[in-house]
Design a protein around this ligand. Structure first.
Ligand code: TYD
Length: 132
């Protein structure tokens, strides 16, 4: 079975609304080098569909919902994210794709490396060779 790590961030509940936070090396199991976000995804669209050789990520559904499909070369898991206080940890060398985005969903992604196109593998067979 693929090891899925969901991280719940602190949640400060208040009559004025909720507040969550994360700090480098505390709630996040790596040094954050980069943050990006995915939004305005048209219905039925997919994102990802690749693996990173080095980059690790933490994915949060800040708004709305979407699914993350993870594959470690042996087994596959679909995780639905819909809480703004829960992050999905995606280690390097794990194939990942995102789909089923709800209207107005907002995916926040914290990354352990700076953007490097050489870190991507887009070919699933090449990914299998890497992990086997
Ligand atoms: P990509 O990582 O392929 O998106 P996804 O995995 O969600 O389908 O990135 C899409 C484009 O954005 C690609 O041209 C590279 C660029 N990009 C950056 O310049 N910096 C970044 O940090 C990211 C994530 C992407």
């Amino acid at each position: 079975m693929l090891d899925i790590k969901l991280i719940d961030f602190p949640k400060i509940l208040d009559q004025r609304g909720n507040l969550s936070f994360l700090e480098n090396n505390s709630q996040v199991p790596f040094d954050i080098k980069r943050v990006y976000w995915i939004y305005d995804v048209p219905g039925g669209e997919k994102r990802g569909g690749h693996v990173y050789k080095q980059n690790q990520e933490l994915i949060v559904a800040l708004s709305g919902s979407f699914d993350v499909i993870l594959h470690d070369g042996k087994s596959k898991n679909r995780i639905s994210l819909n809480r703004s206080y829960t992050g999905l940890y995606v280690p390097n060398k794990i194939w990942r794709q995102m789909d089923n985005f709800s209207t107005n969903s907002l995916a926040l992604v914290l990354a352990s490396t700076y953007y490097d196109k050489e870190d991507y593998i887009y070919d699933f067979d090449q990914f299998l060779e890497l992990v086997q």
